[in-house]
Each structure stands twice: as C-alpha cells, then as structure tokens.
Write a protein that binds this ligand. Structure first.
Ligand SMILES: NC(=O)c1ccc[n+]([C@@H]2O[C@H](COP(=O)([O-])OP(=O)(O)OC[C@H]3O[C@@H](n4cnc5c(N)ncnc54)[C@H](OP(=O)(O)O)[C@@H]3O)[C@@H](O)[C@H]2O)c1
Length: 245
C-alpha cells in the first residue's frame, strides 16, 4: 500500500507518517510539509527508500500540482491520503471569542487553510485513487465544525471553516461515488490532541481527554481500517461514532 500525508511536518500528520513508516504493509509514504521540519528530515534520513518528502504550501495550487506530478512519477496508486493541515492560531491570528474580534482577513485565512486546501488536493487526486483498493481520502476535521453540536459558540473562523470543509468534502464524496465507487471519503475528528494547535487551550481539557499524537493516530487508523463503502462522505469521531453535521 502507498500513503500520502498532507501536512506532515509536525503534529498529527507527522505521527501518521511515523506509524506508516514502521508498518511493513506500506510501500511508499509521501509526506508534504510547508516549513522544513527536523523531525521529518530525520525520518527521511532513516527511511530513504520508503519516505518521499515534498514541500507544499496548500494555499498555492501550483505547489499541489507539482507534488502530484512528482508522486505520479513514482506511483499511480495511493491507498490512503490523509489531509492533516489546519490552523487555529498563528503568530497574529487568535480564535475569536466574540463578534468584536471578527476580522475579515483572518476569516479568509481560516477558510483558505482549513477548507480550501483540502478540496484543491481533491481536484488532483482522482487519478491516483481511482484504481486503488483500498482507496481512502481521510480529512482531519474537528467536532467544533459540527453545526448540530455547537452549544458554546466562539471560534467563529475555525468552526465555520471546518463546517465548510465538511460540506466541500461531502460534495467530493458524491462526485467521486459516480465515477470511482471504490473511493471512500471520510471526515475525522481526532479528539483533543497534544500538539501546537491545542497548546494554548489545554488547561481546560478534562483529565484523560488530552491524547498524545500516538494515541490519536492509532485510534484514527482503526477508524480508517474499518471504513466501508457505506461510510463514504460521513463524519466520524476518533472512537468510530458518527458525528452530526
Ligand atoms: N490538536 C487538536 O486538539 C485538534 C483537535 C481537533 C482537530 N484538529 C485538527 O487536526 C489537524 C492537525 O492538527 P494538529 O493538531 O496536528 O496541528 P499542528 O501541530 O499545529 O499542525 C498543523 C499542520 O498544518 C500545517 N499547515 C498550516 N498551514 C499550512 C499551509 N498553508 N500549507 C501547508 N501546511 C500548512 C502545518 O505546517 P507548518 O509546520 O509548515 O506550519 C502543520 O503541519 C488540523 O486539521 C486540526 O484542525 C486538531
């Protein structure tokens, strides 16, 4: 099997790469990163035959096209594609606590990274997934992107961009079902995971609910391994439960 992990420089994406590399069931592992990452560079040195690293800023469509072209030179089949890119805060941007924090340029950034990047990849992935078995496009979303589950409010841009991600990928699942019924598209909630993304918000997480990335990825891989064609276009939590849209 071959895998592609998008957003593999750190966090959950990096842990997917680590686990795929240790698993003899996987032949080639393609990993995209934006900023160079010591951890990924170290893995590339340890697994020079198995791991192929590709630099991609997912806000630049030409980067995605170039990465796809490089992958196609090495294989025409991907079995698992993981989209693990996401932003909640960066140097200047913080999740909005209230309407008075809304800034249109921040909303645009949230949508561009959390939602649009994934559908841009989908635009180019069909030839690599259509002949594969299994063929999974697993996109890391977030439970806070569930409109039905939103009881707390806040985090306008992050929540709305994840809801948009869910809708975009639901559409992809419907379009691909017509032309390539072998492909399963799934939206996955990883649970609160100890990465840079969650770091500023960890103090309110109840005991035992902050997962190390190893646990999260092990759980998500179990969800992925149990996916069936009936699950195409659905939204799952880390424990396999379906989440409301
Ligand atoms: N951690 C949690 O508690 C939690 C909970 C729910 C959902 N999630 C979701 O899980 C996914 C992974 O998050 P994480 O916790 O692993 O976060 P993380 O450690 O902060 O990693 C975020 C990843 O996104 C990449 N990225 C951001 N902007 C990018 C861009 N323009 N182009 C390419 N890559 C870009 C980062 O690359 P650089 O290294 O180059 O910045 C990094 O690899 C995200 O979708 C997140 O929303 C996480």
């Amino acid at each position: 099997m071959n895998a592609l992990v998008i957003g593999a420089g750190r966090g959950i994406g990096l842990e997917f790469v680590r686990q795929y590399l240790e698993d003899p069931a996987y032949g080639k592992v393609f990993a995209t990163f934006r900023q160079s990452s010591k951890s990924l560079t170290h893995l590339a040195a340890t697994y020079p035959e198995k791991l192929v690293c590709l630099q991609v800023d997912i806000t630049i469509e030409a980067d995605i096209q170039e990465a796809i072209a490089t992958i196609k030179q090495k294989t025409m089949t991907l079995n698992e594609v993981i989209y693990a890119v996401g932003v909640l805060h960066d140097g200047q941007m913080q999740p909005e606590k209230s309407l008075r924090h809304i800034q249109s340029e921040n909303l645009v950034s949230y949508f561009q990274v959390n939602a649009i990047g994934a559908v841009l990849w989908a635009k180019y992935l069909l030839p690599l997934l259509r002949g594969s078995n299994p063929a999974i496009f697993a996109v890391i979303s977030a439970k806070v992107g569930s409109i039905g589950d939103n009881g707390l409010g806040g985090w306008y841009g992050y929540r709305a961009s994840k809801a948009a991600l869910n809708m975009l990928l639901k559409n992809v699942s419907i379009e691909w079902r017509r032309v390539a019924p072998n492909i399963i598209v799934a939206l996955l909630h990883p649970g609160t995971t100890d990465t840079e993304l969650s770091k500023p918000f960890q103090k309110n997480v109840p005991e035992g609910k902050l997962f190390p990335p190893e646990k999260t990825v092990t759980l998500l891989r179990t969800v992925i391994d149990n996916l069936t064609p009936q699950d195409n276009g659905e939204f799952f939590s880390w424990n396999g439960d379906r989440l409301p849209w």
